[in-house]
Design a protein around this ligand. Sequence first.
Ligand code: FAD
Length: 413
Amino acid sequence: MMAQYDVLIVGAGHGGAQAAIALRKNGFAGTIGLVGAELELPYERPPLSKEYLAGEKAFERLLIRQKSFWDQKAIELRLGQAVIAVNPGNRTVGLRDGVTIGFGDLVWAAGGTPRQLQCDGHHLGGLHYMRTRADADALERRLPAAERIVIVGGGYIGLEAAAVMRKLGKAVTLIETADRVLARVAGEPLSRFFERLHRAHGVDIRLNASVNGLVGRQGQIEAVRLADGEMLPADLVIAGVGIVPAVEPLVTAGATASAGGLWVDAGMKTSLDHVYAIGDCAAHSNLHAGHDEPIRLESVQNANDQAVVAARNICGIETFYDARPWFWSHQYDTRLQTIGLAAGFDAMLLRGDPDSGSFSVIYGRGGRVVALDCVNNTKDYVQGRGLVEAGALMSAALADASVPFKALNGADQ
Ligand code: FAD
């Protein structure tokens, strides 16, 4: 007999797990199936490039919930199973192993896969990506024999991996095509701060540089060739150059695509009846972006909050996604906390001295505060939230680090 769930969730990562939890929290009494391509119980991904990779946190501590929780809540886990087709007409999905599962509502929470390097030599052993526990474990197994590590990509994952590799005593070179790290997500002061931080820890950062090929012998990488011809000796390469959203079965089924993901409305509904999408693979119009163009956000906050919205709508509680984005990163002893969306900012204020290791960057759009990056500055993060939430006026006074944000909160709105 064909398995059938009132709600079938595809993807047992942050969004999928949270959707199942939120359904039960909101009183959903129907059957829930949670299908995940990975073998592990749902776990937290951020530590993979931080404490887990550094060997400071055991995998068990990454679990979003223990096995007993899923059993108690009657959430049926179908791990190690991948959905390869969706039939929205008769409301079924097809698994890779040929099994068909029926659904009442479908929540697509499949995240994405790392964008692969396409250069010469990309098939060589020693090229690693960082998305799953299996990726992190495969990398870890190679580390004892690897001294020289080249990291491709100066985004958060590349920088976090670089920090861990330096902690482990490896020689690290980081290659970034832009003229600064974090160029896509942060203002220049933050980029330059992280650049200096990594250089001070011994990372050889190459900006305006791109990989032209991986060169090896007997199937193993031995060097990375840059576009200018320079050869960087390498025992191992870690590429962190973005993700490709996992949306193919739904796009094939006719769902509207947008920004590389699945278009969703403010209730997380796709263009297909009874089909929701959440997390890294969902493209939504974000209230805080300053424009209506759908965007995808890749963060735990976004996956969790969208999951709650989808779950509540399935429970018949009309809910719209309006959460304020937040994010964090951890590199060496430096903690970055971000609130709001800086994209498209037209003004920026630096608060405090980056050389002190603790400072904030304030982003404005249309004269209003829209985002904050706080480096080793939890006080600013906590107190500055209100400024972002209120859309406080950008003013030079905000740059005075001697005046706590809380003294300015609510002023001048
Ligand atoms: P995922 O958590 O990726 O879950 C998707 C799941 O779906 C996966 O398990 C996948 O195997 C499964 N799947 C895919 N296709 C199928 C299919 N066809 N059938 C069945 N299952 C399928 N965010 C932060 O906010 N802060 C951080 O510090 C941070 N650090 C990060 C570090 C790393 C190394 C990585 C990889 C990500 C990090 N992120 C961080 C981003 C954050 O982890 C993601 O935004 C979040 O996991 C997105 O949740 P999701 O549910 O959309 O996708």
